[in-house]
Design a binder for this molecule. Structure first.
Ligand code: PBG
Length: 327
């Protein structure tokens, strides 16, 4: 067997051309989904402070964003809603005239080929900020299922292409599948936020979506960051319940989980490069401490290399521009 000096691994790093031939992992606009925050009212374009370049947008303002996303070749968006009113049962989530439902209709009309994915959860719509219905100070799993199912169905009825339950209630995928099937939407796929961790990296999102829990935290339903095998059980459970794609969230601190899910299951793997991961890079870049473009592309490449087929990322638009500039 040839070792050094016959063997020289640096040969394949000699020039950008050679490196590009030897490259194992690629990034393309088709790998990205761009998250959008939809707010109530008209003419609203409110900057989200910890997430430079991201806005709370009213439906009328969404369309320029949608245009941009489409032109960059991004295949889909995921919508989060900021309703005018919140209540204990999160009724804005399953309101036929809710912010997300209206936004879906507007986007599908303007850009019929853009995939509209919806986040199915109650936390942006409940006054207490939890992802389900409260009984005392715990979230009542089974009572929440019906409301999540209604939410998903109302999204499908408004024209959503894919629904993505993120509440981390047991049985939520099965409940949603059943509601979609009996409502005439057996063709609507489900992306399950299967392994969603109780993460500090959601901080900027909660500012953006105004969805922080008013009492307690989400550790009673989101996963313990210390657990990997349990993530595989979560994924398995969601697959059994009818998930079409499975998600790991956050992405960067959980690359091992992405890799294990990819290895074990023959399902498309989605990773959510969450708000805190984005804000960290933005903040460091604004201080001149890190080169945003290189750092962001390195992060996205790492998430793909770990095994993600699709990445939900606030860097989607920037990444597409950077990719285009490389050519
Ligand atoms: C729940 C939801 C959250 C995120 C996506 N869906 C927040 C949470 O669980 O508190 C976070 C996404 C991000 O941080 O970018 N509806």
């Amino acid at each position: 067997m040839a070792g050094f000096p016959q063997l020289r691994l640096r040969r394949l790093r000699k020039s950008e051309t050679i490196r590009s031939i030897a490259r194992e992992t690629s990034l393309a606009p088709s790998n990205f989904i761009y998250p959008l925050f939809v707010t109530h009212g008209q003419g609203q374009r409110i900057p989200i402070e910890p997430m430079p370049g991201c806005y709370q947008l009213s439906t009328d303002q969404l369309l320029s964003e949608v245009d941009e996303v489409t032109q960059l070749g991004i295949p889909g968006v995921i919508l989060f809603g900021i309703p005018a009113h919140k209540d204990p049962l999160g009724s804005g989530a399953y309101d036929e005239a809710g912010v997300v439902q209206e936004a879906i209709r507007a986007i599908k009309q303007a850009a019929p080929n853009l995939a509209v994915i919806t986040d199915v959860c109650l936390c942006e719509y409940t006054d207490h900020g939890h992802c389900g219905v409260l009984r005392g100070d715990t979230v009542d799993n089974d009572k929440t299922l019906d409301l999540l199912a209604r939410t998903a169905l109302s999204h499908a009825q408004a024209g959503a292409d894919i629904v993505a339950p993120s509440a981390m209630m047991d049985g939520q995928v099965a409940a949603i599948r059943k509601a979609l099937d009996s409502g005439g939407y057996s063709d609507t796929p489900i992306i399950a936020y299967a392994a969603k961790y109780a993460s500090a990296f959601y901080g900027p999102f909660r500012i953006a979506a105004e969805s922080s829990p008013q009492i307690g935290d989400r550790r009673g339903y989101q996963m313990d960051p210390a657990n990997a095998r349990m993530a595989l059980r979560e994924v398995e459970q969601d697959i059994e319940e009818g998930a079409d794609m499975v998600m790991v969230k956050p992405a960067l601190p959980y690359l091992d989980i992405i890799a294990r899910v990819k290895d074990r299951y023959d399902y498309p793997v989605v990773a959510y490069n969450v708000s805190g991961e984005f804000s960290m890079l933005k903040a460091a870049a604004q201080n001149g401490w890190i080169e945003e473009r290189r750092a962001a592309m390195e992060v996205l490449t790492a998430i793909r290399r770990a095994g993600a087929d699709l990445i939900l990322t606030y860097h989607a638009k920037d990444a597409c521009r950077w990719l285009a500039a490389e050519r």
